[in-house]
Write a protein that binds this ligand. Structure first.
Ligand code: F0G
Length: 461
């Protein structure tokens, strides 16, 4: 029997209280935080949609695994357990634990990067791009055109433009390509999936030109579920098997385990090539730790190994993808402009379309972030001109291409009633649309200004 209600496939054993606050209290908290929700204390937040990274609830099995952690400096049994799980999934022999995704990126891309090198991705995540550019190399994004159009439907909006890929490799010269990186799902493009067909085409082009292909696989299970749902020939294949096939197309992978491995901290770097693995090993030992723990405790590796198995449970994945799209579909039906279709881990609101009266130099995304917090205690993240805007010589803002607000949904943390509450807050957002205020920046750092900038509201006369 098929019921239409998809229930959370878990029950709650441990709870973490949420402090209920009033609008008046939140006004004071927001002012104190200088209208930057990164500067709020977490107990001032009702529903925390800042990120899906490191915010998962671990299972009873993972907590039990924590007690089994072997903290030996070398040859830890927890490492071997983690190695086995990752090897079975990726088929990659050389596996190094790192403290989080960006540490793996730094090791791999500093080795393959440097001046004159080019990296090509559907969309490089910020830390990936930063690590590549820090090495002196350039990072080029070539997602398919549909991936850049918020409302245009495409089942795999995270796909890479393969025509552009081949052209770029020829133009730059294969020897100058540091690597091609497929980000699954494509976080910076709205959490949109990459199809197996596209991954196979990308892999064939890379093989033809002798270029390395890596997976940024922090949301690989969610991506696999989308393939199972949307790519006809995979409908009877398990999500795990789909992931195994995708890894088989690649030369290596970097994973921030804080997402689909359902842990609060951790990651790994895996490669097939022995020579490359030796160079990675040296850098790992210098900067993270010995090969059998890298940046992690034994207990972290236990939890990671268990989480990486749990995440491929089809019941869990169905709940995960359907619950994210439930929120997005309801907001869409209500008339909230957003990236369509809904991605795997987050709903991305188009704040510029929601608040056409707030000019981009008054940051409509930041304005929505503040309204969500004031009206509902919801913490979200601006992905627009606060995050990516630059200034010209006259200190005029060069805005980002989109003014988005991301509602990233932690895994196994919130229930249906939390989501119903968020939907109700958005009803209020629509009712009070005209009251939303623009923002000005009063203090900002040189880099990554979204984290620490201070703002002030621009109240209408
Ligand atoms: N790659 C992707 C696609 C990511 O989304 C992230 C992190 C990383 C790499 C880096 O991993 O944080 O473990 O060093 N994304 C988080 C987010 C921060 O909120 O989307 P990390």
């Amino acid at each position: 029997m098929n019921y239409k209600t998809i229930i959370e496939p878990f029950k709650i054993k441990v709870v973490e209280p949420i402090k209920i606050t009033t609008v008046e209290e939140r006004k004071a908290f927001l002012k104190k935080a200088n209208y930057n929700t990164f500067l709020l204390n977490s107990e001032e937040v009702l529903i925390d949609f800042l990120t899906d990274s490191g915010t998962s609830a671990m299972s009873a099995d993972q907590w039990a695994g924590i007690m089994q952690g072997d903290e030996s400096y070398a040859g830890s049994s927890s490492y071997h357990k983690m190695h086995k799980t990752i090897f079975n999934l990726t088929g990659m022999e050389y596996i190094y634990p790192v403290h989080q995704g960006r540490a793996g990126e730094r090791i791999l891309y500093s080795l393959l990067g440097g001046k004159g090198k080019t990296f090509i991705s559907n969309t490089h995540f910020d830390t990936t791009r930063a690590n590549i550019e820090f090495s002196g190399a350039e990072a080029i994004d070539i997602v398919i055109p549909e991936g850049l159009n918020p409302m245009q439907y495409h089942p795999f909006k995270g796909n890479m433009d393969t025509e552009k890929l081949e052209k770029l490799i020829l133009e730059k010269g294969a020897d100058n390509i540091g690597a091609v990186i497929l980000t699954v799902t494509n976080n910076s493009g709205g959490g949109q999936p990459v199809s197996m067909k596209n991954a196979k085409e990308v892999s064939a082009i890379c093989k033809k030109h002798g270029v390395n292909l890596f997976l940024d696989c922090c949301r690989i299970a969610e991506n696999s579920y989308f393939i199972k749902e949307r790519e006809e020939e995979y409908k009877n294949v398990s999500s795990k098997q789909i992931a195994v096939e995708m890894f088989s197309l690649c030369d290596g992978a970097v994973m921030s385990a804080k997402k689909d491995a359902l842990v609060n901290m951790g990651g790994f770097l895996a490669v097939k090539n022995k020579e490359l693995s030796e160079s990675c090993k040296n850098l790992l030992i210098i900067t993270e730790g010995f090969t059998t723990y890298g940046g992690l405790s034994g207990r972290d590796m236990e939890a990671l190994a268990i989480g990486l198995e749990e995440v491929f449970d089809e019941g869990y994945l169905k709940y995960r993808i359907k619950s994210t799209s439930y929120l997005g579909d309801r907001l869409h039906a209500m008339g909230i402009p957003l990236i369509w279709p809904i991605g795997g881990h987050a709903v991305y609101i188009d704040a510029k379309a929601l608040y056409p009266n707030i000019p981009v130099n008054q940051y409509p995304g930041q304005s929505l972030v503040c309204q969500l917090y004031l009206l509902g205690g919801i913490r979200s993240c601006e992905i627009g001109s606060v995050m990516f805007g630059k200034y010209d010589d006259n200190h005029e803002l060069i805005p980002a291409s989109m003014e988005l607000v991301r509602l990233a949904i932690p895994r196994r943390v919130y229930t249906q009633s939390h989501i119903e509450y968020v939907i109700e807050v958005f009803e209020r957002i629509l009712l009070e649309k005209e009251k939303a205020f623009g923002m000005k920046i009063t203090e900002e750092p040189k880099f990554l200004r979204h984290f620490t900038s201070k703002f002030e509201p621009i109240y209408k006369a």
